[in-house]
Design a protein around this ligand. Structure first.
Ligand code: ADP
Ligand code: MG
Length: 257
C-alpha cells in the first residue's frame, strides 16, 4: 500500500505544482512508482508542468462518470511516473468522496501518490486533502507565504492528525547571508513545522524546465534529490544552501587575490 502526500500552501504561486512535478521525477529516479494527481480541478497546471497536456485522453471526471477506469486515465511520463489528469471545468462535479476513492485506489497501484492541491482553504482544498496520509506545506521566504503556510497547517491540524512538514522554495542564499531574506530555520520556527527541505531559486525552473531536462550539474537537482531521499529513507538532510553563497564569496575573493 502506497502513501498519499498532499502538497499544499495556502498562498498561490509559491511553487506547489512545480514541486509536485519535480518531486515525482526525483522519486521516480529512485525507482519508486509514483503518480502525481491534479487536485486543482478546473485550474489544472500539473499536466503543463510535466509537458503532458497533449497526451491526455481521459481525465478524473471521465473516471467519475464511469467512462473509463483509473488505470486508463493515467498518462505516462516515464516508466515509473504517471499523471492522473483533471482537465474538465466540471469543478463541482467531483465530490470529496469520489476524490478520496480514486486517490485511495491509486495507493494500491503506486508507492507514492502526490496530490497537487489548490491554493486557499475553501471547498476544493478540503476535497483534495481529504485522503492525505502526509502533508507537505510549500512556502517561499516571504511574510505572506509564511503566514499562509502557518494558517493552512492549523486548518489541517484542526480536522485530522495528518503528519506535516515544510519545504522552503525559491531560497536565495546570498540574500539570507546578507540578512535580507529569512532563513529556512527562521521559517520553520515561525510556522512551527519540521523542515523537510530547501529548494534554491533557479532560473531554468522559472522558465518551465523540470529537473530531468536540466543537463548541467545544478543545485536545484541536488535539492530535489535530497528531499526524495529524506522521504524514501526517512533521512533528515537539508540542502546546504550556504555553500552556494560561500562559492560566490570564494570566487570574489580569488578575483582580488
Ligand atoms: P503554485 O502551484 O503554488 O501556484 P507554481 O508551481 O505554478 O506555483 O509556481 C509559480 C511560479 O514559480 C512558476 O512560474 C514556477 O516556474 C516558479 N518557480 C517554482 N519553483 C521555482 C524555483 N525553485 N526557482 C525559480 N522559479 C520557481
Ligand atoms: Mg499550482
Amino acid at each position: 500500500m502506497g502513501r498519499n502526500y498532499v502538497i499544499v500552501s495556502g498562498k498561490g504561486g509559491v511553487g506547489k505544482t512545480t514541486f509536485t512535478a519535480n518531486l515525482g521525477i526525483a522519486l521516480s529516479k529512485l525507482n519508486k512508482s509514483v503518480v502525481v494527481v491534479e487536485g486543482d480541478i478546473g485550474l489544472n497546471n500539473l499536466d503543463v508542468a510535466l509537458n503532458l497536456e497533449d497526451h491526455i485522453i481521459y481525465d478524473m471526471y471521465d473516471v467519475v462518470q464511469g467512462k473509463c477506469n483509473v488505470q486508463k486515465s493515467l498518462v505516462s511520463y516515464n516508466e515509473n511516473l504517471f499523471l492522473m489528469p483533471s482537465i474538465s471545468l466540471a469543478t463541482s462535479s467531483i465530490t470529496s468522496k469520489q476524490f478520496f476513492e480514486i486517490t485511495n485506489e491509486l495507493k494500491n497501484i503506486f508507492e507514492y501518490v502526490l496530490i497537487d492541491c489548490p491554493a486557499g482553504i475553501e471547498g476544493g482544498f478540503h476535497r483534495a486533502v481529504i485522503g492525505g496520509d502526509e502533508a507537505i506545506i510549500v512556502c517561499t521566504p516571504t511574510i505572506a507565504s509564511i503566514r499562509d503556510a502557518y494558517k493552512v497547517s492549523r486548518v489541517l491540524s484542526s480536522y485530522n492528525n495528518i503528519r506535516q512538514s515544510l519545504v522552503v522554495n525559491r531560497l536565495i542564499s546570498e540574500l539570507v547571508a546578507d540578512n535580507k531574506m529569512l532563513s529556512p530555520t527562521d521559517i520553520a520556527n515561525a510556522t512551527k513545522l519540521p523542515l523537510l527541505g530547501v529548494i534554491p531559486e533557479e532560473q531554468r525552473i522559472a522558465l518551465g524546465s523540470t529537473i530531468d531536462k536540466i543537463t548541467k550539474k545544478c543545485n536545484v537537482i541536488e535539492a530535489y534529490d535530497i528531499i526524495a531521499n529524506n522521504i524514501e529513507n526517512g533521512e533528515k538532510k537539508i540542502y546546504n544552501f550556504q555553500k552556494d553563497y560561500s562559492n560566490i564569496f570564494h570566487k570574489v575573493r580569488s578575483i582580488f587575490k
